[in-house]
Design a protein around this ligand. Structure first.
Ligand code: URP
Ligand code: ZN
Ligand code: ZN
Length: 454
């Protein structure tokens, strides 16, 4: 007799689909089989049973300039749980006089009492952290095994510092995760546009060309290949960047790439919406044209990209509005922490882009492996009982009211999805059941991650 049994569902893993019951004891998957009995039982007839989804790129309560992203660790993880996500990976940055280990402790002090699902942290390395590179092994030992390097924004690493950071991450057996854009070209194009009176968000994607995202992607792949370190490319927005990743992988290089719902569901005409509405979808890299969108679905279909994350980083309507007269000042980022898993199912199945195992691989298993989440992302005996009972027959129209994110808007307002998580379970505890939150603040845990394994 197991503590909890999920009965009669169709189990979907990254490699196959089969009917089975799942037995859970405490926090762990104890059995996968037929006719299992539990003290508590959940009926999954006509439902899919998947691993809990893993979102390895979110920015909760993230300070950017004078703003802080809208979802905190409670509202953000709660919204994630409604969408079937049971683990996120967020970010930590050091203050000038703070060590990496101190910064991890400070970020954990913010997150630990608030998270309702499990989480990890990427350590951010800005130019001022180059003096702290010898601390990387301590950050790794503290469970922070991935390192965020920006090639864009004011705190980007130029190639010399990129080389030093990649080398230090390699020496500690870590994995670098990179925002790849060509910042020098972007700043020049922004200046030219503003000087010409091109101040509205229409010009945002036109200041950040796809070809230059690909250039930066290829450049960091080449530097990482020279150094001999695996590499993950964040938020790929175009076919040109996919091509660089695919080429590297064909050569046998350990390079992976992700894309996000904003690039898969929106096109750049969103920036032409009147007034503040056009500022809302500003994010970087920018949302591009229909051809770029199709190229990304193709890349997922062909496994040329391996992971879908959200890059969830919303700001309020008022905060976005501050850049109305100068698109380069709009705080960048969009929300999608809740819709990702269902949206990928809905569109992936409707359009035939994905098989069920590919959906699970890209949203659950691959990110768990890449992030060294040793007991997550799979339905395997001995793994954490992070599970979703997913109703393929449920339909959902997205709106700010139907979602649980803190932002007062969503770029997916009116998007109709087929399929939605009915029950979300994190380490054996039900967090969301039939649309009700039944979890608890602080029930989530910081996960000490290990070396990447994808
Ligand atoms: O515009 C974006 N994507 N904001 C979040 C920070 C980042 O670059 O990932
Ligand atoms: Zn980024
Ligand atoms: Zn990001």
């Amino acid at each position: 007799m197991y503590d909890l049994v999920i009965k009669g569902g169709t189990v979907v893993t990254a490699v196959s689909t089969f009917p089975a019951d799942i037995g859970i004891n405490g926090e762990t998957i104890a059995a996968i089989g037929q006719n299992l009995d539990g003290k508590q039982q959940l009926d999954a007839t006509n439902k899919l049973v998947t691993p809990g989804a893993v979102d390895m790129h979110v920015h909760l309560q993230m300070p950017i300039g004078s703003f802080t992203s809208t979802d905190g660790f409670y509202s953000g993880t709660r919204a994630a749980a409604f969408g079937g996500t049971t683990t996120i990976v967020d970010f930590v940055e050091t203050q000038p006089n703070e060590t990496m280990v101190e910064a991890i402790a400070a970020r954990r002090a913010l997150a630990d009492p608030n998270v309702v699902i499990d989480y990890g942290l990427h350590m951010t390395i800005t130019p001022s952290d180059i003096a702290k590179l010898e601390q990387i092994p301590e950050a790794f030992a503290a469970g922070c095994t991935s390192f965020k390097l920006y090639m864009a924004y004011g705190h980007r690493l130029q190639d010399d510092k990129l080389l030093r950071a990649l080398t230090a991450v390699r020496n500690a057996s870590g994995i670098p995760v990179v925002h790849a854009e060509n910042w020098d070209v972007i700043t020049e194009l922004i200046q030219q546009n503003l000087a010409a009176g091109h101040t509205n968000p229409h010009w945002h994607p036109r200041s950040r060309p796809a070809l230059l995202e690909a250039e930066a992607t290829g450049r960091v792949i080449d530097i990482a290949s020279f150094v001999g370190v695996p590499l993950h490319i964040f938020h790929v927005s175009c076919g040109e960047a996919v091509a660089r990743i695919a080429q590297a992988r064909r050569q046998g290089l350990p390079v992976t790439g992700e894309t996000c719902p904003q690039y898969l569901f929106l096109t750049w005409d969103v920036y032409d919406a009147p007034g503040v509405d056009g500022t809302l979808p500003v994010c970087s890299p920018p949302i591009r044209d229909r051809a770029a969108q199709t190229a990304l679905w193709q890349a997922l279909s062909r496994n040329e990209l391996q992971i879908v994350t959200t890059d969830h980083c919303p700001f309020t309507y008022e905060e976005k509005a501050t850049g109305l007269d100068n698109y380069s000042q709009i705080p960048g980022g969009v929300p999608s922490i809740e819709m990702r898993f269902a949206a990928l199912y809905s569109q992936g199945m409707r359009q035939g882009w994905l098989s069920l195992p590919q959906w699970v691989a890209q949203c659950c298993t691959n990110p768990a492996k890449l992030m060294g989440l040793a007991k997550k992302g799979e339905i395997t005996v001995g793994y954490d009982a992070d599970l979703v009972i997913f109703d393929p027959a449920a339909s959902r129209t997205l709106s700010p009211d139907s979602l649980h994110e803190a932002a007062d808007w969503t770029p997916y307002d009116g998007l109709e999805l087929q399929g939605w998580p009915q029950t979300t379970i994190c380490r054996g505890k039900i967090v969301v059941q039939d649309g009700e939150f039944v979890g608890g603040k602080g029930n989530g845990r910081f996960v000490h991650r290990t070396q990447a394994n994808l």
